[in-house]
Design a protein around this ligand. Structure first.
Ligand code: IMP
Length: 428
């Protein structure tokens, strides 16, 4: 094909700063495509000093004249999507064209209620710490083949039939399992019909549109949400999200073959964070963790929850390189490490008297794994003004070179501050 596909994925537990990297690449991209997840994501984009937080819309929505698509692999909460579209319209910022796949599944009101009820009923140590956005229950319906898709919203009879079937089942679950009130059919049916009327203008065949864009030489960016270690297959199951954030998920969730992909850019935060439950070997619950959280502004864009923080986990990063076929690294928030005397990186785990050199998605093993750290000299200087690799203090350069040596992947972008231009670009 004449065009190019680049994939941006999170290499850790999400919140690596993918929106920021997409923003840096934006000018050379023609089509921005979301392929999985739903409104559990939170991309922050800052344009002309104004901050925009998207949960469902691809980050490219702020670029005039671009095409943004939401693929079949995404679960779409129409209420959230329409609110994001209206917000952009009211600010005169609806500059891109949006297409939503007719085969994307709809997050219905009962999915959000069941998500929260399941969490509330899970006993101590069993909670996932979900965002409560109905993601898991919506994917459950997709895979148990009773889900409602965007295209169903345009056909009143099909919608009625599917909704009746679903509500009968969901109301039994809500009332008998969770002691909640049943949901009224008429109200939800009317709401879903209204969503259909508003979304009809955006529906399309995303796979075909992308294929044709590539045939005509366009550059398409697959925008991953969440991160590798939250992947349903490759993450720390069951403490994962219900979709496939890994790069291959892009092909499934957008309807293109794997040979379409030219480059996989892994976004790596210079340290680690995790939000929600689940094992996190390098977590620091003390002074360092607090320092990283405050300096890095580590609070969830979707839920506002404080993120758990700790040192970079090289074992997890090498795994992310492997399962994504990563070809470039974008290293974000290097500036957050400035001012520390010493920086540590986890290079292996101690487990049951032995040494683990390879990551495992087995949450039980990870929960008992003790990180083995290698220590590096820190740097004192503020690096926000650095625009070339050679401007960085030598200890910061060593840290970046170490990441490249261990992963075998070039670090082609380095974030040195929160501003759009506070970036060192090395060929990305
Ligand atoms: P869910 O995706 O809402 O089902 O949540 C499952 C797990 O994924 C929880 O630990 C969430 O905190 C986490 N999660 C979901 N979306 C994000 C994200 O965008 N960033 C970071 N963590 C996320």
């Amino acid at each position: 094909m004449k065009g190019r596909v680049e994939v941006i994925i999170g290499a850790q537990w999400g919140d690596e700063g993918k929106g920021r990297v997409v923003d840096c690449l934006g000018s050379r991209v023609d089509v921005f495509a979301r392929y999985q997840g739903g409104s559990n994501a939170g991309h922050t984009v800052i344009v002309d000093g104004k901050k925009y937080v998207f949960h469902l819309l691809p980050s490219g929505m702020l670029y005039p004249g671009k095409l943004c698509v939401i693929g079949n692999g995404v679960v779409v909460d129409p209420e959230q999507l329409l609110a994001e579209i209206k917000d952009l319209q009211s600010k005169g910022m609806d500059r891109a064209r949006l297409i939503v796949s007719g085969s994307a599944h709809v997050v219905m009101p009962y999915h959000k209620i069941i998500d929260k009820a399941q969490e509330a009923f899970r006993g101590k140590g069993k909670k996932i710490g979900t965002t409560g956005r109905g993601i898991g229950p919506a994917y459950v319906d997709k895979f148990s083949r009773c889900g409602i898709r965007i295209e169903d919203l345009f056909h009143p009879d099909v919608l009625r039939d599917k909704l009746e079937f679903n509500l009968e089942d969901k109301n039994r679950i809500l009332t008998r399992l969770y002691n909640l009130e049943p949901l009224p059919f008429d109200e939800i049916h009317t709401q879903a019909m209204n969503w259909g009327k508003e979304l009809a203008a955006y529906a399309g065949d995303v796979s075909r549109i992308l294929y044709e864009a590539l045939e005509s030489g366009k550059t398409v960016l697959f925008e991953g949400a969440q991160g590798t270690l939250l992947d349903i297959d490759h993450g720390t199951y069951p403490y994962v999200t219900s979709s496939s954030p890994v790069a291959a998920g892009g092909c499934v969730g957008l309807g293109l073959g794997p040979n379409a992909v030219d480059r996989v850019i892994g976004v790596v935060k210079a340290y680690s964070t995790r939000v929600g439950e689940g094992p996190f070997p390098t977590e620091d619950s003390g002074e360092l963790g607090n320092r990283l959280r405050e300096k890095g502004g580590e609070y969830g864009a979707t839920t506002g929850r404080p993120r758990r923080c700790g040192w970079l986990d090289m074992v997890g990063l090498k795994y992310a390189v492997r399962v994504n076929g990563m070809t470039s690294i974008a290293l974000t928030k290097l500036d957050v490490l400035s001012g520390l005397d010493e920086i540590s990186v986890c290079v292996a785990y101690d487990f049951e008297g032995g040494r683990l050199d390879h990551f495992t998605g087995n949450a039980g093993v990870l929960a008992c794994a003790t990180p083995v750290f290698e220590r590096f000299e820190g740097w004192k200087d503020d690096i926000a003004a650095c625009r070339n690799f050679d401007d960085l203090p030598s200890a910061a350069k060593d840290y970046v070179r170490y990441i490249e040596k261990e992963t075998g992947v070039p670090v082609q972008l380095i974030g040195v501050g929160p501003g759009r231009d506070e970036t060192i670009v090395r060929g990305l």
